[in-house]
Design a protein around this ligand. Sequence first.
Ligand SMILES: NC(=O)c1ccc[n+]([C@@H]2O[C@H](COP(=O)([O-])OP(=O)(O)OC[C@H]3O[C@@H](n4cnc5c(N)ncnc54)[C@H](O)[C@@H]3O)[C@@H](O)[C@H]2O)c1
Length: 500
Amino acid sequence: MWPRHDWLSPRKASRAPRSPPHWHRIDRSATAHREEEEGGRRGSRARPAMMPSSSMPGAAGSSELIYRGQQAAVAEDQEEAAAAGYYYSSAANKKPPPPLPWVRYVLGEQRLVFALLGMALASLVFLLLAPSGSPPAGAASSGGSAAHLAAVGLAAWQYSSSRTLEGGVRSAARVPLGLKRKGLRVVVTGGAGFVGSHLVDRLLARGDSVIVVDNLFTGRKENVLHHGGNPRFEMIRHDVVEPILLEVDQIYHLACPASPVHYKHNPVKTIKTNVVGTLNMLGLAKRVGARFLLTSTSEVYGDPLQHPQVETYWGNVNPIGVRSCYDEGKRTAETLTMDYHRGANLEVRIARIFNTYGPRMCIDDGRVVSNFVAQALRKEPLTVYGDGKQTRSFQYVSDLVEGLMKLMEGDHVGPFNLGNPGEFTMLELAKVVQDTIDPNARIEFRPNTADDPHKRKPDISRAKELLGWEPKISLKNGLPLMVQDFRNRIFGDQKDAGDN
Ligand SMILES: NC(=O)c1ccc[n+]([C@@H]2O[C@H](COP(=O)([O-])OP(=O)(O)OC[C@H]3O[C@@H](n4cnc5c(N)ncnc54)[C@H](O)[C@@H]3O)[C@@H](O)[C@H]2O)c1
């Protein structure tokens, strides 16, 4: 081994024995050998290089010198040690570099304090001027929602904005920079059905973007086909019994077979649609902060003991009858809707729809108006069940759609009866159909079906007062509009079907 003092700088050679206890010797043999080879060429310039201990040959060997002390070594010691071939290993004890000039500038003369104060003031002003409206429940609080928004590619969550029926924006929506707000994004479940398709027409006409979710059980593509080229229209073939994820502002939940023929066809599926389907749509509304509207029915009053029916009436429903899958299904759907409203602060609306008629109704679906019209057109006898003295009220579909939209845009949860209070017996209705289509149409009596209510007439005072809504189209004026559509479909002349 090379003696230490032999490769020290001659200047320090005399001080070499002074090495402090925290300096350990570096194995310099390799350097020394190189120096030996280089001979006098390097002369007194030959100084040991500083190098990390790990990269040193024989770092773990007994001849390595490393710094173990925690205190800062005096600069002189470092210099001396370095000069004397000792390795200083603590980076922590290096002198901190002087701050960068811009850091010195920012920290000087309380500039940082002023900058922070400015930012705080700007935030305050921004918050005060921001649109009133609450962020979607999910987006505000749940990580799951944030993950969802990220998944659908949005850079920021948006306020669910509300807009008046006339088209004015009531509360502006926050959208990511660079994206334009294009009306509301609305889901209509059951949008390919009779009522749903008319609602879709109106929503698109006022400038909204509409997604129809429908499994086409009773709905028809033809009902919405005329929107095929509209970029604001989409249709998803989907069963609401399965969950679905969509980024929307409003959900009109109509999906459910509505006529007795259809809902009795598969009662278990009907009640699943009403319960599981409604749960799924409520869950979606909660997750994306959308407003939710349920189309319930006058059937929740069952065979009513109170006449006309007001919304406060709890009904008289058979829970185990053949209609219960629909009646009780809708009652449960109302319960779920209110539970989400109370329990999850969801914005909800409930409409109790009374008998509605108009173009695009299913032909032969067992509903009395469509039955009579189709029979009269085909020159078949009009079938009246029971004695024909049971009453119903009939509203034209455009009145209903107007009511649904007013309800959605208004401030009241409901439930609201939406129907035409004009009351007709089945025999009176048959007479109107005869007058409109065929005065010679015969009437045929058949035994009544189980649980068929005797009377049905809405009290619409609440809707009149709180929604400013009431139906405008009488049966005499509405029926011819429906007859034209039925004529086209029954006799194969589809020319005007989509325009109705
Ligand atoms: N038309 C009326 O007189 C009336 C009266 C009271 C209540 N309502 C309610 O209004 C809504 C619409 O009724 P309508 O007359 O337009 O009936 P409809 O049968 O014409 O429309 C219902 C739509 O829902 C779809 N649908 C059914 N089950 C579905 C499921 N599981 N998943 C996805 N889509 C499904 C059907 O394919 C159809 O397009 C229904 O909720 C109904 O209960 C209607």
